[in-house]
Every structure is written in C-alpha cells, then in structure tokens.
Design a protein around this ligand. Sequence first.
Ligand SMILES: Cc1cc2nc3c(=O)[nH]c(=O)nc-3n(C[C@H](O)[C@H](O)[C@H](O)COP(=O)(O)O)c2cc1C
Length: 649
Amino acid sequence: MLFEPLEIGSMKLKNRIGLAPLLNMPGVWTTFMITDATIKWFEQRAKGGAGLIMTGNFVLEMLGIPGAMDQFAKLAKVVHSYGAKLGVQIGPGGPLSGVGPSPMPYPDKRHPKQSIFQYMTGQLSFIPGIETITEITKEEIERLKGGFPLAAKALKEAGVDCVELHCAHGAAMLFCSFISPFYNRREDEYGGSWENRLRFPMETLKNMRAAVGPDYPILARIDADELLGPGGITIEDTVKFTVPAMEAAGISCFDVSQGSIMHSPEGINIPLYFKRGCYIHHAEAVKKATKLPVIGVGRIVDLDMAEKFLQEGKADIIYLGRQLTSDPETPNKYAQGRAEEIRKCIGCLEGCGNPCPINYDIFPEAVLLTPAEKKKKILIIGGGVAGMEAARVCALRGHQIVLIEKEAALGGTVAALAQDPLAAEFKNFVDYLGTQMRKLNIDVRVCREANASVIEEIKPDAVILATGASLRMPELAKNKPGVLDHVEALKNRPAIGQKVVIWGLMYGAEFAISLAREGKDVTLIGEAGEDTLASHASMNRRWWIVRKLVDMTVVRASAEAQKLSNPKVLFHIKVEDISSEGIVITDKEGKRNVLPFDTLIISRGRKKNDEIFTEIEGKAPEMYKIGDCAAAGNILSSVWSANELARKI
Ligand SMILES: Cc1cc2nc3c(=O)[nH]c(=O)nc-3n(C[C@H](O)[C@H](O)[C@H](O)COP(=O)(O)O)c2cc1C
C-alpha cells in the first residue's frame, strides 16, 4: 500500500510516504527563510522517493518576510520535478519558540518557574521570556486568525500543494497551548470548556478554508495525547472533541502527533529507548473516528512496519522524520528491494540534521563524492564505526581497501553499546556499515591484530588508524573479583550478578536503568564534581534518563513519571577501597558505608588506544588517525573525522 497513490482534495500523492515536519532545515535558522541550501535539503528528500514533502513550522512573521513566497515557489518547482508534492507547516509559536505569547498562567500554579529544560540545562535563559509570559490579547488573537488564512492563500498561489496547521506539541505551539487543559488557564471565551479552548484554532481553520477554497488540502497536526495523564489532552478527549470540531471547520487530513515539548518531549523527540512505531495507536484511534485521511508518525524507521500499519488500517500515510534525515533515499531503496542498504535512524537525538551523526551527507554541499585523483591501497586498522565509515567512503572514491580488526566481529564500541537492550538501535548503524563492507567488496580481515609486520605484508600507500578507545580502570579496582568495565559487562551480560554497583553517571545511568529493568538490584554512584546524570547524551535522551532516576519536581499526572526506587543513585561519593565485603565509600558528609556487590561495573572516562601508532610510524608513506583513537568522542566525532579524511585522501 505504501506505493499506492492517494488523493487529498486537489492533491494527488504518488505514494503514502511523507517527510514529517522538522525544524532542522538548513538555512532557515539563520535567515528565517527558505534558502538555496534549504531547497537542496528538500530536493534530496524528494529525489529519495517521499511522495509528500512537509516543511518544518513557519510562523507568520517568517511567512511575511519580503521574497518569502518566491522562495516557496522555487522550492515547489524543485519538489514537483521529482513527482512529489510540497506542504508547508504553519502555526504560531508558543513561549518555547520565543516568538509568541501564551495563555496564562503557565505552566503550573504550584511551580510557576519550574520547567524540565531549566532543570536539565540549568539555564533559565534557554526559554526566552519564560518568566515574563503575558496573556495573549484578543487583538492579537484576531491578528493571527486573519493572518494565517492570508498566508495559506499566498502559499497556494506560490504553488505549494497543501498547508498543515500546527496544533500540536503542548507549550511549544500556541494553538496546542490553547487546546490543552494543562496549559490553558484563561477565564474568557478562549479558556475553560473544550468548546472554548478549541475556539481560537477552529476559527483560524474556518477562515483558512474560506481563503483557499473548498478543494485545497488543509492538514492539521493535532496532539492526540499530551502524555500528561488526565490533566492534559488525552486520546479520548481528542476523539470526542477535537476530531469532530476540526472536521466541521473543514480540514482535509489529520496528522496525529503527541506530547508537549515542555513536559513530555518523548512524544516528539522520541529517544531510542522507545519501541519503533510506539505511538501508532493514536493515529489508529483517530482513524476510527473519522473518514478523513490520517497520518501516523513516530519512530518509524522500517518500511515493512510502515506497510503493515497501512494494511492494518492504522493510518493512510506514514510520516518519516528522522529516518529521512539519516537516509533520504529510504523510499527508493525500499521500493527497489534494497532495504538492507537503508541507513536506519538510531534515535540518538544528537543533532537530527544539525548535523546527523550517522549521515555525513546531511549538508547538501557534502553530497558529491569525487573520485580519488590517485587510486591508493589503504590499510584501515580497526573495524569500529570510524574504520568502517572510512572504508566505505574511500572505496566509493575508488581506493583499494584492506580493513583489519582484532576482534571476531565488526562494530567496536558502538556494537558493544548496542548489546544493551535499551540502546539496541545503535546496531542499525553497525549493520548498515557491515552491509556496505560486503556490497563494496571490501577486504575485511577479522581476528587480526595490527603490528609492523602486517604493514610490511600489505604494503599500503596509506594507513588509517581507527583503533578506538578503552575504558579507564582505577588502580584500586584493577584485578579485583567481580569488577568489570562497562564494555566487558555489556559483552558478557550473563556474568553480571544480582547485586550491581555502577561507578560512573554517564553511560552508567543508561545501563543502570537497563539492568534494573531486568530485575537486578542496582546502585549508581557518582563522584564529587560529577553531579549530572547522563551528561554524554543529548537533552531529550537525558530528559528521559533523569526522569527515571531522580525525583523530578515537574508535575505530571501519569504514574510512569514516578521515580524508580531501583536503581538507587548516590551523588558526591568518594570511593575509598574495594574489599571482599564490597565497595567502601564516603558520602558528602564524610559518612562511611560499604556497598556489597556481586558485580561492580566501572563506567568512567575513556582513553584513546593509539599505542600501536609509535610502532608503525614511518612504515607507510601516509599515516592518519581517526575516531576515538585520535580523541575519545562519540559516534558523531567518529563518523565526522572518518569522512573528513576519507573525502580528501
Ligand atoms: C529536529 C526535530 C525537529 C522537529 N520539528 C518539528 C516541527 O517543526 N513541527 C512539528 O510538528 N514537529 C516537529 N518535530 C517532530 C517530527 O515531525 C516527528 O513527529 C518526530 O520527529 C517523530 O517522528 P520520527 O521518529 O519519524 O522522527 C521535530 C522533530 C525533530 C527530531
């Protein structure tokens, strides 16, 4: 069904795959306009086979910039040249966007200044104007009710095929702030009952319909469930109130999203910890309540799953957001039977286009790979993601590659991290690169330790060292029974006992949750100065981890938000000794305690593995280091450093 056409009003889609609205459009952040870089970005996605290209959100102020409509017209032409249709998402920002006021009071009377982002970042200034939000005036409401219809008409005239009114995502967007009982505390005709809270977006939609005529498609992105429990919008409310009201206002299609950027971003920026397609039941519920087409979205990276959702009648169109960021060619590869070549999103939320850790080609100027001027024989030492990515790019440029890896399998640290069920999505990238090694006929030799004689045997023109990093082991933990480093523990999970202490709050925080889920008794300890949990992870991942581990004061109604009692987290700990009784610690007050353990997992800093470099230096005409062995970093730095070298060698 994915490749069957679909009509929505005057728009005929060639297939049912759409690019979800993403505010990661190059150029737009700096100019607030569609630029040539933005056009190239969307061109890649249209060329890759998606039938509908939806832009990220544009507020009225951006749509009114002189020349804006000419740029949309240019973009529409490019998108049409690939047989795809263009939609533009429009909607007024809420307080989080920094470009609009919000219904007041906000967000909660008991904790007026408490927000998750403030908690996470310690930066009150992250949200412009958060402490000075004023109630939006009726004059302003009238201005927006009149402005969006004019903008929709102008977009239609510019050749844009549909518009999508953004009524989702809680406090991030003004319409959702109005619809939400959690955020809207107004006492006039725009607050209180469902009818009142829906009034402003519904009147805007009605005006839009009148402005664009009966056939022009108006999509509405709704917040089916704010994921805030009964205090916020629930799916039952949506089906009962929002769906019929929007139908009556004349919309053409529902795009079903969920969550609030402020308090439940896991519905929007969905981390890898959540199951693929985890929110499709919201689209399904809306579909049961309407005859209009329904779009389903959320952590869908696998087109077999997308096809299944369509066949089961859960949605009519599937939006792919981050998946088309990590691989714009996903639809074409799937249609051509090349699904195994799809670079599946890992859900890391480390950039999502600005940049994307697994897709260096994210920036349009990086797309073209030039053939190497001189074809070289290149020896790559280390088959982690940096080594494999370098091998892939060098091979595509025409070099001859030998890749050696000391372990029996490829993937290095990323493959080890993927052993944790919570982080299993990391395997997507290891699998993709493994497939590429095979497709590109790369000479991969596993169980081969690098040394000077390997270089003498292979006689490469260039050597790329990609030997990764290893975990630091504190002196007092060395050779003690029951002690494993984080990677050893991941690789040998059956060796992990019932009582576990994890020393280190970065990756250790994720691992602690995962082990506790398996039923282990876990204590997570961090030293003085290390008081941020999961500091390695992007904000939206950290948000979820922190919420699991500490007692957040953010008010949420759902039981799921409650702090877990296992794992236990101890901050400001000094480790004194590791004895047969356990790990001996003192806390901030100097109180001594012994934590018994079956397994102590050390998850502290990492150091680069580049010792071999001195042994082999000078044995080949060119020699380079990439990834963790150049500087211990993350997937992004590994993949980036591999590309920067492999594109010029
Ligand atoms: C970087 C980023 C920017 C986003 N910007 C928008 C936006 O402008 N408007 C919107 O409605 N949703 C936005 N979203 C939500 C996506 O449209 C989509 O619902 C979400 O990413 C889940 O889909 P996915 O798992 O396929 O990426 C954004 C998400 C991300 C990760």
